[in-house]
Design a protein around this ligand. Structure first.
Ligand SMILES: [Zn+2]
Length: 364
């Protein structure tokens, strides 16, 4: 594990990532005074310290790779290392679905964040959208998750202690930074569940409650949010299914159609949910029901091993895949999965779950 320096202190990156609250004051001071922290991964070999971005997330601060400088970090040792190709988004055109900017990730997802629930329903345009912005590509959910994993260096981790969700969530937050999602501040729209820690409970709960309070359904519109977390279980309930996350007791309801579709689309990850040798990471798009409950309206699953390395690519939603290709991929996965134990446990799909999901996304 690599050492980092900020506010006159040298410590291991792991220490900072595992204890963000302990270093908050010093990181804030570094951000305010020098404007950056330093990575010392090359120092042992006589190399220069490399700048790191100090990013605020709520009351905490996280260290992130300086844009375009990932390639200078020590390969296989430093989690800030990135292949030049992995950063192609940094210089990508404004039409790219996901771009790396100085302040964080700027992502346009294939999801309506606000849905009008009465009257003529149409896709949302973000403020500032013009014809150029409107032609920007959008990424599917899984593509977004894979890109975050890649930019966070979560597949480059090498040795050391067993990596836990706490480390992953901190690295994800560092990548998201103060970026944007569908034109809105990413910190308002996306919540990365923090690792459950007894001593941090009041802070964790306050952060999560603040996020949930922004998810609202009024008689005229529904404001949605995006949650990144580890899946604990997906269980049948009276009205469909309940998605349970490891880092919270808050239940997220899901329709039968959505769960059927997820089981087929993420057929490698699906049977591994709850298995001790695997971690299934999810990105959920959630909204509030008229009764005030939280409902997942779409989700993507990524299968990881116990150390949160991704295991294999799923069929659906490769980064950059146009959304119209999704239905075909879902059908293909459904056919391939027919007769499997876990797929067979679910009710049959009579009316194309894929199409119904598109309806949920776009509210039309
Ligand atoms: Zn480094």
């Amino acid at each position: 594990m690599t050492n980092v320096r900020f506010d006159g202190l040298v410590t291991s990156l792991e220490e900072v990532q595992d204890n963000p609250a302990r270093f908050a004051t010093r990181l804030e001071r570094a951000k305010r005074t020098s404007g950056y922290a330093e990575c010392l991964c090359q120092s042992a070999g006589g190399g220069k310290p490399l700048r790191l971005v100090v990013r605020r997330y709520g009351a905490l601060f996280h260290l992130a790779r300086w844009p375009d400088e990932g390639v200078y970090h020590k390969r296989d040792i430093c989690s800030f290392f990135a292949e030049p190709t992995a950063l192609s988004g940094a210089s990508g055109s404004e039409q790219e679905a996901i771009r790396t900017t100085h302040s964080g990730l700027d992502a346009r997802l294939d999801v309506s964040r606000t849905v009008r629930t009465v009257g003529a329903v149409r896709s949302e345009s973000s403020p500032g959208d013009n014809s150029r912005a409107a032609s920007r590509r959008s990424a599917p959910l899984l593509g977004f998750l894979q890109r975050v994993w890649q930019d966070a260096g979560l597949n480059h981790w090498s040795g050391g202690a067993q990596r836990n969700w706490g480390t992953c969530s901190v690295q994800i937050l560092a990548v998201l930074g103060e970026g944007k999602m569908n034109g809105k501040p990413v910190q308002d729209v996306v919540h990365v569940m923090r690792r459950y820690e007894e001593s941090e409970l009041p802070t964790i709960k306050a952060e999560f409650d603040a996020f949930l309070s922004r998810i609202r359904t009024t008689p005229t519109e529904s404001r949605r949010g995006v949650v990144i977390a580890e899946i604990k279980a997906i269980e049948p309930s009276k009205y469909g299914f309940i998605v349970r996350l490891r880092q919270t007791f808050e239940p997220f309801y899901a329709s039968k159609a959505l769960v059927e579709s997820a089981a087929r689309s993420y057929r490698h990850a699906w049977p591994m949910i709850g298995q001790p040798e695997a971690r299934v990471v999810a990105v959920l798009v959630v909204e509030r029901t008229k009764d005030g409950n939280l409902r997942a309206v779409d989700l993507a699953l990524q299968l990881c091993n116990r150390a949160f390395h991704t295991v294999r690519l799923e069929l659906r939603g490769r980064y950059g895949e146009p959304s119209c290709g999704r239905a075909a991929a879902v059908r293909k996965a459904a056919t391939a999965g027919r007769g499997r134990r876990h797929a067979a446990r679910l009710p049959s799909d009579r009316h194309s779950a894929a199409n119904r999901n598109r309806d949920l996304w776009h509210g039309s």
